[in-house]
Design a protein around this ligand. Sequence first.
Ligand code: FE
Ligand code: FE
Length: 163
Amino acid sequence: MAKIETLRDLLIDELMDLYNAEQQLVKALPKMANAANNEDLKDGFTEHLAQTEGHVERLEQVFGLLEAPVKGKKCKAMEGLIAEGEEKIDEDASATLKDAALICAAQKVEHYEIAGYGTVRTFAEVLGYDDIVSILQETLDEESETDETLTAIASSINAELQP
Ligand code: FE
Ligand code: FE
C-alpha cells in the first residue's frame, strides 16, 4: 500500500490487514477443530470456519465497492495469535485442559477481529459509506456471537476443571 494520506487510505490498509488475517484463519480453524475434544467446541470451530469463509467474501465485496484491488497485507498479529494457538494444539495436556487452552487462543483471535472490524466499520461510517458499514457490521456481529459461544462452552469446560 502506498502512503496513507486520507482516512480512506487508512480504511483500505486496515481492510487489507483483515483480509489477510481471515485467510490465515481459514487455514488454522480446521486444525483447531481437529484438536478440540469437546463436541460443542469442535462444532463451534467448524461452524466458524464456514462463517470465516463468508468474511473473506464480504471483504472482497467491500474492496469492490471501494474500487480498490482485492489484496491482503500480511497480518503479523494474526500470525502470532495462530502460532500461539498451534502451541496449545501441541501441548501434552489432558483433553479438558487442552480445550480450555484452545478456547483461550480462539477468544484472543476473536477479540483481535472485533477490534479490527469495529474500527473499519466506524471509519466507513465517518466516510458515509453506508452500504459498506452494513456489510462490515454483519461480520462484526458474527465475531461477537462466536466470542459469546466460546464463553458459554468455556463455562462448562471450566466447571469440569474445578478442583
Ligand atoms: Fe472473521
Ligand atoms: Fe473470527
